[in-house]
Design a protein around this ligand. Structure first.
Ligand SMILES: [Zn+2]
Length: 448
């Protein structure tokens, strides 16, 4: 007998947490933070007993997939956390950073002291194309999900009444064409498919068009002598931006234009990327084969210390500043925004989705009106640009591609998506495929 229950990211996109009860084992797949409008859910107790969980399997190191691990350990989880080695290396940085923010928040569900005890549970590594037996009857394997460095989709095979059944947990899936991440590896066969459906209702802009727009926008501002602000997520998006800026540097387009990477977490995460060159795609491999740092170039200056960050203000434009956080909710980007948003020579370019309610979204929709950042009233005059095609998530076509060639599907279960989008995606699957489709509800216990 096997049962699946979602305790997070069913009819939602954050707080990923799925319980698989198979044979006598209880396996938790991801244990992420709720973010944005669901943030209040983080203070709720787990609706299962953490001390009864036999394994946690982590698909990737985004906080909405790992961010409640310290709470799980605090609540009594005692066993092993299985992940790729790259996921572990990134998780160390992400959890330490998150703990620093969470302990000062209005819901301090854990603090910095809870990180080290959590990391001790890691150390059981499973890499792409490898398998591991959790018991005589239960085998797990990973393939590359193509989402971020180290991201995996998971297959669980289990025996029941002499028959072998399988469940695939897609994890977050990437696009086929990415700037630096290697491509996802498809599965050939699976009975129950738990499919992330974040962008199940839409198609992304072509990546090449986005890359061209990204570079053109920067060149336009440089010509005006302005400042380019790039609010960026520390994990993956910053490394993509650095890779593109390195290309521009190589093409001689950034001569004497300083580029500041003003984000301590991103600086540290970039170091991890350099330790896993084999996980990056052919574009990056080509650069590495010429003994060139794919994320470094002459114009790049990293500002780890606060004093170094403050001195960026003294450097005259044109200049480029890459800083966190990606949705402008915290981090050093905020004081750069206060300083530079009021000048029409400057530009803020968003290269990631801005959740409603965040400062990033407010700026995006400001329409050159006055906005408030902390206590400052800012008259927005800078150009605001958006690049849509860098998404780390597969779009509708790519999600369909993930399942369309799979053999022996009994049912496709849609998770990780907002209700409206899930309904549109379900209709699309009904139109295009023969498979049964079901939208998973929160806490719905499903027999597989
Ligand atoms: Zn993710």
């Amino acid at each position: 007998m096997a049962y699946y229950t979602s305790y997070g990211a069913a009819q939602g996109v954050t707080g990923s947490c799925h319980l698989l009860e198979v044979g006598y084992l209880k396996i938790l797949i991801d244990c992420g933070l709720f973010q944005g409008r669901d943030e209040e859910l983080n203070i709720e107790e787990f609706e299962f007993d953490p001390s009864e969980i036999d394994y946690v399997i982590i698909t990737h190191a985004h906080l909405d997939h790992i961010g409640r691990l310290p709470l799980l350990v605090k609540r009594g989880f005692q066993n092993k956390i299985i992940s790729t080695r790259a996921t572990y290396e990134i998780a160390k940085l992400m959890l330490a950073n998150a703990a620093g923010i969470i302990q000062d928040s209005k819901n301090p569900i854990y603090d910095e002291n809870d990180v080290e005890p959590t990391l001790r549970h890691f150390g059981t590594f499973l890499e792409y194309e490898e398998s591991m037996h959790l018991s005589d009857d239960i085998k797990i394997s990973f393939k590359n999900a193509g989402h971020i460095l180290g991201s995996a989709s998971l297959k669980v095979e289990f025996k029941e009444d002499g028959m072998t059944k399988s469940a695939i947990f897609s994890g977050d899936l990437g696009q086929h064409s990415r700037i630096i991440t290697s491509h996802l590896q498809p599965w050939k066969e699976g009975n129950y498919i738990f499919l992330e459906s974040t962008y199940g209702d839409r198609l992304h802009e072509d990546l090449r068009i986005s890359v061209n727009n990204f570079k053109e926008n920067i060149l336009n501002v440089i010509q005006k002598g302005g400042v380019v602000l790039l609010p960026s997520f520390a994990l993956e998006r910053t490394q993509e931006i650095l890779f593109l800026l390195r290309q521009m540097s190589e093409e001689g387009l950034l001569k004497d234009i300083p580029v500041f990477l003003d984000a301590p977490l991103a600086i540290n995460v970039t170091r991890v990327f350099k330790n896993f060159p084999q996980l990056l795609n052919e574009n990056v491999q080509e650069v590495i084969s010429n003994r060139i740092d794919p994320f470094g170039f002459d114009e790049l200056k990293t500002t780890l210390l606060k004093e170094e960050s403050i001195r960026i203000n003294e450097v005259a434009g044109p200049k480029i500043i890459v800083a966190g956080s990606g949705m402008c909710e915290g981090g050093r980007i905020k004081y750069h925004l206060v300083r530079y948003l009021q000048d029409s020579h400057n530009m803020v370019m968003f290269v990631g989705y801005q959740v409603p309610g965040t400062l990033g979204r407010t700026i995006l929709e400001s329409g050159f009106k006055t906005i408030k950042i902390d206590d400052a009233h800012i008259n927005v005059k800078a150009d605001i640009k958006v690049i849509n095609g860098f998404s780390a998530h597969a779009d509708q076509k790519e999600l369909i591609d993930f399942v369309k060639d799979l053999k022996n599907i009994f049912c496709i279960y849609l998770i990780h998506g907002d209700d409206d989008r899930l309904r549109i995606f379900k209709e699309k699957i009904n139109d295009e495929l023969e498979s049964k489709v079901h939208i998973v509800k929160k806490k719905e216990r499903i027999y597989i």
